[in-house]
Design a protein around this ligand. Structure first.
Ligand code: ZN
Length: 280
């Protein structure tokens, strides 16, 4: 009978509807739970005004807050990732790459090039966590190595801004080789007396922490960023002990001498500019 048929449309109960207000104009802080007016949050560089929680930025936002406007000249834009292991887990690596490329409009998880910070010319590399967790495979390793070599040949200071889950497992041992490759390039940079500032942002973990990101002449971290090698749960299970409060956060790392400075996002550009002024 006609009136028992399912209607062509369904309605969502009022209690389940997301109001335009909560979806469009307000954002909930992931740390303190406070509702923040979205415009204020954006004006505050995506930092919670209540608790100073630093939300993650995408690559374009990071470029905008660190580099002088329109100063970035990208290098090696045509180096593309390859699925040389024909790797498949729940999805094929080819498919994962395609999804990440469409989502981020990037070829891979890093951009490199030259730019200026308050007029100081630098070579820069920035990783984007939105591209497969900012993971380091052959393209990230190769582009960063070329950037390091460019800093050596041009004698410009190098800044690498990391946000990464570590090595890219879909590229197997080739991704692990990038740790040695980038680290040995940094050693050559060091011999050439070129300044390298490593900036860690939330999160910087795994093979990236265990290679170039920890080799800066100066290592800066954004406030409250997660920095570590293995995740806290794995460590807890291995050592069978409860970890101290704030473990693997930037402030904890500073207290234990693993990094040199913790900087709020709004001060990052100015801090980098002062260090360049003083040290290069
Ligand atoms: Zn907050």
């Amino acid at each position: 009978m006609a009136w028992f048929r399912k209607p062509k449309y369904t309605t969502i109960p009022v209690t389940q509807r997301k109001s335009e207000t909560s979806e469009g104009l307000w954002i909930k802080c992931k740390d303190c739970g406070e509702m923040i007016y979205k415009k204020d949050w954006e004006d505050n560089l995506k930092v919670c005004p209540e608790c100073n929680y630093h939300f993650r930025l995408n690559l374009q936002e990071r470029i905008a807050i660190v580099l002088d406007k329109d100063s970035l000249q990208e290098d090696d834009i045509n180096i593309l990732p390859t699925d040389f292991l024909n790797f498949t887990d729940s999805k094929s690596y080819k498919e994962r790459l395609k999804i990440a490329q469409e989502k981020t409009k990037l070829n891979d998880a890093v951009i490199t090039g030259t730019g200026t910070i308050n007029g100081h010319k630098i070579v820069i590399g920035i990783l984007d966590f939105n591209f497969m967790g900012g993971s380091m495979g052959s393209v990230v390793g190769e582009k960063l190595t070329r950037a390091i070599e460019k800093a050596i040949s041009t004698k410009l200071p190098l800044i690498i801004i990391s946000s990464s889950g570590g090595a890219r497992m879909q590229e197997g041992i080739v991704s692990l080789m990038q740790m040695a490759k980038t680290s040995s390039a940094i050693a050559r940079l060091d011999t050439s007396n070129i300044l390298f500032i490593s900036v860690l942002t939330d999160p910087t973990t795994g093979g990236v922490t265990a290679s170039f990101a920890s080799l800066g002449d100066i290592i800066i971290s954004e406030a409250n960023a997660l920095i570590g090698f293995a995740g806290p749960r794995v460590i807890e299970q291995t050592i069978n002990q409860q970890l101290p409060k704030g473990f693997q956060r930037a402030e904890f790392m500073l207290e234990h001498g693993l990094i040199d400075m913790v900087v709020s996002r709004k001060d990052l550009k100015q801090t980098l500019s002062q260090l360049l002024e003083l040290l290069s």
